[in-house]
Design a protein around this ligand. Sequence first.
Ligand SMILES: [Zn+2]
Length: 242
Amino acid sequence: MDTAARLLDAWERGAARTATDRALSLLAAAEPELGVDILAALSIGRRDARLLELRTRLFGDVLVGLATCAACGELLELEFSAADLMLGPGSDPDEPAVLRASGYELRVRPLDSRDLVGIAQLHDIPTAREELLLACVLGASRDGTEVPADQLPTAALDMVEEWLAAADPQADIEMALHCPGCAAGWRQGFDIVSFLWAEIDAWARRTVYDVHRLAAAYGWREGDILAMSAPRRQAYLDLVGT
Ligand SMILES: [Zn+2]
């Protein structure tokens, strides 16, 4: 099965699933040799870097999006480069780190997709945040005595949150935006998962329509049509269109 057919499968399965499932299905479709378990264990930043690479491979480096100025309401059309959104790796996020403050010592790891699946059903944001930060804590002690993670003070969890931002920066991308209408400036988050999924959705619908036209005209099977190179498929579509 080629990449187009696998991506179409991922789109079909992902329609009713969470953003995390969609992210993993797309990456598994692009790199089937890795397997979902390995992809799910990547830190969120490393996973999102792979999604940006996949996006570049499928649709090129230029991303186009819309944003609304909160100050004057102007609709801005944004064009930006995937390469500009690719940050360098943080402080080796796949390795556990040791944080120390106020007598506490925490061993922490970055967040991965399994953690996000674990909180998908939580609708209360402070609870979800706390669950995520606790998931990062592999072990904690105070003055040499072990402390259960759920008994850590707020300050300790704040420390984990700060570490996460520095260790895995690709997990939380922000763009600096500037309104040409009123000169307001602000920072806006960029979520590669929802961005790429919207593009995959549009691509899948176009592809299904193309398959429909060729299957109707020639009686070919879906798998054979998907296996064609894009120029060859387009050449046939041009003939059908005349
Ligand atoms: Zn404005």
